[in-house]
Structures are given as C-alpha cells and as structure tokens.
Ligand binder design. Structure first.
Ligand SMILES: O=P(O)(O)OC[C@H]1O[C@H](O[C@H]2O[C@H](CO)[C@@H](O)[C@H](O)[C@H]2O)[C@H](O)[C@@H](O)[C@@H]1O
Length: 384
C-alpha cells in the first residue's frame, strides 16, 4: 500500500482545506479579494517578509486550540505564587452549571428518566476514571473506582471508549466484564458469547488475551502501517523537544505537550503539521494537552456509541437510556449522538466551564465515582 497516497477510500472525508497563508501570500493580495476591474496579475506583489516557519500553526488555529486545551480552573496569583480559586472563576463555573447541572444534584431526574428502561453506560478513561497526571504511563485508576465500575457493570451493560489503544486501556482497567473500544472507537471488541444483532459482516473473529473467541470491529485497519510509520517519524522529529512524548495507539497516535515548556508548543505543533502535510489521509484532533493524529475516516466516539448500541440490540431509545461520561473534546461526538438522537445523556467531567454537547456535568473523577456508586445503590434498592 502506498502510505502517502491521496487515493481516497469510499469512507474518507474531510480533506484538509488549502491554507492560503501557507503560500506566504496574505489573503488580501490573492485574486479573489480584488474589488476593482482594473486588477492586473502582473502587478501582484509578493510580500518581501519571509514567512515565519510557524505561520502554519498560527493561522490554522492549532496554537489557539493548544492554549485553551485543559485550562486550569484555579488561577495562579502570580505575586504570591499560590493557587487560589478566584471568585470570578467560581461565578463563571456556577453560571455554567445552570446550563450543565451536576448529575449528582439532578440524580432524581436522571433515575426518573431511566425507570422502565435499560441503562447502558459508556465511560471514557483518562480524566474520567483516572485523574489527569503528567505522565500518561502513570494514569492509574484507584481500586475504589475499579470496584465502582465493576458494580455498575453487574447491573448495566458498560463499555469503555478511550483514545488509548484497546490493549492499553484494558490493561489499565482490568475488568473482563466490560466492552472495550480503543483508538477513539476505531478498535472495538465483543466477546463471542454476545449475540450481535447487526454488523456481523463487518466484524472479524479473533481470540482475546485469554484465548476466548471474540469479534473485532476495526474500521481503520488499512491505516495500521501508515500510523506505525507516522508514529516513528513523530518520535524521531520530536526527540529534541524537551518533554514531548509520542504514543502509538494502533489506529491513531498522540503527541503530548503537557510537559513541554509553553514557549516550545509552536515547535511541537509545526513539527506535527509538517509531517501531516505528507499524509492527506490523516487528520489532527485536539485533546487535553495532546495532539492526536488519526485517519480521516468518518468514525469517532459518537459512531462507536451508535455501533455498540445497535450491535447489542439496545438502540431503541424507548427502552434504553444511554449515559456517556467523558472529559475531553473527543467525547463531544458521543455527547452529540446522545443529545441529537434523544438516546440519553452526556455528562462532561470538568472543573472549568467548557462549551459542550453534554447535558449534565461532574467536577472530577471522584464525583464520577460517587455518581456510579449512587446508580448502583438506586438499582439495588429498586431491584424486584
Ligand atoms: O479518551 P481518553 O481515554 O480520555 O484518552 C485520551 C488521551 O488520554 C491520555 O492523555 C491524557 O491523560 C494523560 C494522563 O493523565 C495526560 O498526561 C495527558 O495530558 C492527557 O491528554 C493518553 O495518554 C492519550 O494518548 C489519550 O489520547
């Protein structure tokens, strides 16, 4: 396979727009902006200023997105170098909560909606089940959280949908009774014992780590060699940027800049941008202090939720209430699917106000745990 080929498969979409500023020509000098009829191409002057190496990432919005990623709720009081919760941010958070109420405070509402319906639980991993930490290899969930998830799965079908590789997220969660979707939903596994109501033809049979028969759904499998190649190039090209870290998640790759001095963020962005220029079949999404490189297929966490609901025969919103808990921009696709399809509720985990398609909110993973425990208690008290 030609890894850099531009030949699109039927499912490809989202070709990167042509970035005029990349040509080093200000848009006001381009023919489309001319107003008079006497314009002559012979007088078109190209600015003498050499385009900055970082013009690409400034003009395509990557840098702004990087700066706004994972904003701290508390402000540093610079003169005293202490962290304080400013009144302003509290006021902003409280007014944001009017739009996205805490699901703990709205518990009665959500369980009333769930009466007579099957609850299906979708959980993101990082920032939802485990706290955000500097080292992605040390993002462990607590035993207490694991037991809360295990108890939820006793009563409700539960799936983990993560940007990490499926193997990695399974290693971190370690519960065999769940469904797992890794690589932002591009790698879904089902135990073969489950009767899949649809999609049989798109799944392949395989064996899991315990040798049990499983069904795999991997809509981006053709991208495997490409992601591998890009991962190696990213590692090589970022090796001199202190603090940068690249992860291979099989069907996507992550470039972390949480531990990079913010003066070097433009260098990280430009480096990723330069590599992506050679791969028109890959695109970039933003996570929490992380740039994520993934195939331009029409597949995301929202599609994975739809796929899982349909495959498990749980897509009838009259009988099913889906709940998706996540903290990241990539979780927004899933929130949107639930909101627009009237299939259930998205819950955003955030301690700062954020634009979101989620209906409810929770502040942090400890509130996620509290909510999961409350659902289990409610179910136990109402079990007939
Ligand atoms: O979909 P998720 O399960 O939320 O995974 C999204 C990314 O999570 C990880 O990165 C994030 O968490 C790290 C550990 O707390 C943190 O250091 C990093 O800054 C966050 O972006 C994971 O390492 C990424 O590869 C995932 O894409």
């Amino acid at each position: 396979m030609d890894l850099k080929s531009t030949k699109a498969s039927p499912i490809l979409t989202d070709a990167a727009p042509i970035n005029k500023s990349r040509l080093g020509i200000h848009s006001s000098l381009l023919p489309c902006s001319q107003s008079g009829s006497s314009f002559s191409t012979s007088v078109l002057t190209i600015p003498r200023k050499k385009p900055s190496k970082l013009d690409d990432v400034r003009s395509n919005g990557w840098l702004d997105a990087m700066k706004s990623s994972s904003p701290p709720r508390k402000k540093i009081l610079k003169d005293f170098n202490v962290e304080v919760a400013s009144d302003d941010s509290d006021v902003a958070y409280n007014s944001w909560m009017v739009k996205h109420p805490s699901v703990i405070n709205s518990f009665e509402n959500i369980v009333n909606c769930a009466r007579g319906k099957k609850i299906v639980m979708f959980l993101d991993y990082d920032g939802t089940l485990s706290p955000i930490v500097d080292d992605p290899d040390c993002a462990f969930m607590s035993d207490d959280m694991r037991s809360a998830v295990r108890n939820v799965a006793k009563y409700f079908s539960t799936a983990i949908i993560s940007g990490r590789s499926r193997d990695k997220v399974f290693e971190l969660v370690g519960l065999t009774e769940l469904y797992y979707a890794g690589s932002h939903g591009m790698d879904i596994i089902f135990p073969d014992r489950d009767k899949l109501s649809t999609h049989h033809s798109t799944c392949v049979k395989s064996a899991d780590q315990q040798g049990m028969e499983v069904n795999l759904f991997q809509p981006a499998s053709e991208f495997l060699p490409m992601i591998d190649e890009v991962f190696r190039t990213l590692v090589e090209n970022t090796k001199d940027i202190k603090g940068a870290k690249v992860e291979n998640h099989k069907f996507c790759a992550s470039v972390h800049y949480r531990n990079v001095d913010d003066k070097s963020w433009p260098t990280v962005a430009q480096c990723v941008h330069d590599i992506l220029k050679d791969y028109p079949r890959l695109r970039l999404t933003h996570g929490r202090k992380v740039l994520e490189v993934r195939p331009v297929i029409e597949w995301d966490k929202g599609k994975a939720v739809e796929f899982l609901l349909e495959s498990l025969g749980l897509s009838n919103s009259a009988d099913v209430l889906a709940i998706y808990i996540g903290d990241d921009r990539t979780d927004e696709d899933a929130f949107k699917v639930l909101r627009e399809g009237n299939r259930g509720y998205g819950i955003l985990v955030s301690s700062a106000p954020k634009e979101s398609n989620a209906f409810f909110s929770l502040r942090d993973p400890s509130e996620v745990k509290e909510f999961l425990k409350s659902l289990v208690s409610w179910k136990e008290q109402n079990a007939l």
